[in-house]
Design a protein around this ligand. Sequence first.
Ligand code: FEO
Length: 175
Amino acid sequence: MEKIMVSNKVISKLNEQVLHEANASQSYLAMAIWADNKSLDGIAAFFYEQSQEEREHMLKIIKFINEVNGKVIVPKLNAPIATYDSIKDALVQSLKNENHVTSSINELTSLALDEKDHASYNFLQWFVEEQLEEEQQFQFLIDRINMIGEEGLSIHAIDKLMGKLAVSSEIKDED
Ligand code: FEO
């Protein structure tokens, strides 16, 4: 198949984005394991799925770089934070991470426009929308915890709610 060329500056930024998505995946994996250890099955399922989604985001970018004849750099990952004071703490950390990813997607999209790289600009629109959804989802969960707390019966309500969000999204747990 004939390959198309895009801006080298954009390719370099796309590789940075591969790293951000991979770090996000690791961070959610750590949250899933933390919740799993506490037998919070719904919260664990939610974060395992988030981790899987971020890996898919990473792969989506890797495939795009390959398609346009760029060179993919396999990212070296940071060790994620692995313990949290509470569910809310993990969710606030998640929202902070997503805010950071959104900023880098926005910078990348602006760069693609500056470089008149419309192929990359078009590709990135999916990520712009996805970030909006993810930030809204974490904000919703934080608001819910602020409303009902996370002690006693409330923790089960949150566990159930997050488990339901995991089951109702596109990526299903295989077992
Ligand atoms: Fe793919 Fe939520 O960053």
